[in-house]
Design a protein. Structure first.
Length: 411
């Protein structure tokens, strides 16, 4: 066990660097705020319309609700590692672009503390930045002359999460979660002035904590309800700025400033409610989430943050129990709609997605699974400054499960 935990923390810190080095999205909407909020989580919920706060933690990790850890079987150990690939196609009436991206999506472990409680630790992107605007035309102040610039953004915010769940009685589970968020968002603008260039590079560093709580209640053997609360918090930030002039291919520093204080970025209170219903080999899940941005009184350069609503639901079909079968298959479909948290020119930037997935057991004991998820999504509207974006996303989650601390009777 000790060696496995050492390996996990080595991967944790290694992948925190990978999150910063790779662009995990190519969405132009990652320009706003902290970037595009990561829609993906641990395990099977990605293909269930990103819903599932009422799912238990008996057979896999549920990253949507800490109270699910109360049902982690004694002596069981979970390890989940994920990868994600995204192909973006976006444009308006004037132009269009197609850009692929690929990166790490999560690394997580979970284990029981005793027969009624469990704990998990995970690292995943909280937000993703990866935009490129070329040929942006601006006017020189006080004249009719124009100049062109190229604006490139990268980076994002990571989240390290520690979650705890405890069984209060046979029907009620409670949990608490805390997240440390940190990361760097980089924006570089290159301005062309006839034969010379001017580069402006901003690196913004953010960090902070947030906390949340979760509940699951089993009404009967087939029906469970759940809720998750995330409390309002804020991220503090600083910025480094560097301005260079390039004349005859020779760079020259014009301005360099470090540790400029940024206005805190406020994170909203969020409330999610959900249900799970199982019938024979079918599981049905549905979640509704409301994010309270209005109370933050927060705006972006070209828009204002507003309350957001998300609805997701999904169905899973498990193969019939057959111990003789070498592999177990689980089929999943779902739908997700988010009306968006940013209003630009009176229009909210909404997102909808159709999801599908397959779970394939990796061992004869049917404890570990490869979970494959696909989503076809659309975001935004076509207008003078906004684009309609369509993107395909494929995620792979390797969900390993093993039994620890049990002495073998036979070798």
């Amino acid at each position: 066990m000790t060696n496995s935990i050492y390996i996990f923390f080595a991967l944790l810190f290694f992948n925190s660097g990978i999150c910063q080095l790779n662009n995990l999205t190519a969405s132009p909407y990652s320009l706003f705020g902290l970037g595009k909020i990561n829609e993906y989580n641990i395990g099977i919920t990605n293909s269930l319309g990103r819903a599932g706060i009422a799912l238990s933690g008996e057979s896999e990790l549920n990253g949507l609700n800490p109270s699910s850890l109360a049902t982690t079987p004694l002596n069981k150990f979970f390890f989940d590692f994920g990868l994600k690939s995204e192909y973006n196609s976006f444009g308006n009436s004037n132009s269009s672009s197609k850009i692929p991206s690929f990166g790490f999506s999560n690394i997580s472990i979970g284990l029981p503390l005793d027969s009624i409680s469990g704990i998990s630790i995970s690292l995943m992107p909280y937000s993703e930045v990866g935009y490129l605007f070329a040929g942006v035309v601006n006017n020189i102040g006080g004249s009719t002359e124009t100049y062109q610039s190229t604006i490139n953004g990268s980076g994002g915010i990571n989240a390290v999460s520690v979650n705890y769940g405890r069984k209060m009685n046979k029907k009620l589970n409670l949990g608490i979660s805390t997240h440390y968020l940190f990361g760097t968002i980089k924006q570089m603008e290159m301005v062309q002035l006839e034969f010379d260039y001017l580069t402006l590079e901003d690196k913004s560093y953010y960090s902070g904590f947030d906390i949340g709580a979760g509940m699951q209640y089993q009404l009967n053997p087939h029906l469970s309800v759940a809720s998750v609360l995330k409390i309002e918090s804020r991220l503090n930030g600083t910025k480094d700025r560097q301005v260079k002039k390039i004349v005859d291919q020779t760079p020259e520093d014009i301005e360099q400033q470090k540790n400029l204080r940024l206005k805190s970025y406020k994170m909203p209170t969020e409330i999610t409610i959900g249900i799970k219903y199982n019938f024979r080999t079918f599981n049905f899940v549905s979640d509704y989430k409301r994010s309270f941005y209005n109370s933050l009184n927060q705006s972006d350069a070209i828009g204002r943050y507003t309350d957001a609503n998300m609805l997701g639901f999904g169905i899973e079909k498990r193969s019939a129990s057959d111990r003789r079968a070498e592999r177990d298959f689980r089929f999943r479909v779902g739908y997700n709609y988010d009306d968006g948290n940013l209003r630009v020119n009176g229009k909210k930037i909404a997102t909808s997605a159709i999801t599908a997935g397959l779970g394939i057991s990796l061992d004869n004991r049917k404890q570990s699974y490869l979970n494959i998820s696909y989503a076809y999504s659309s975001r935004g509207v076509v207008s003078n400054i906004l684009v309609k974006e369509y993107y395909h996303t494929i995620s792979l989650n390797f969900d390993f499960s093993d039994i620890w601390f049990v002495k073998r009777r036979y070798d």
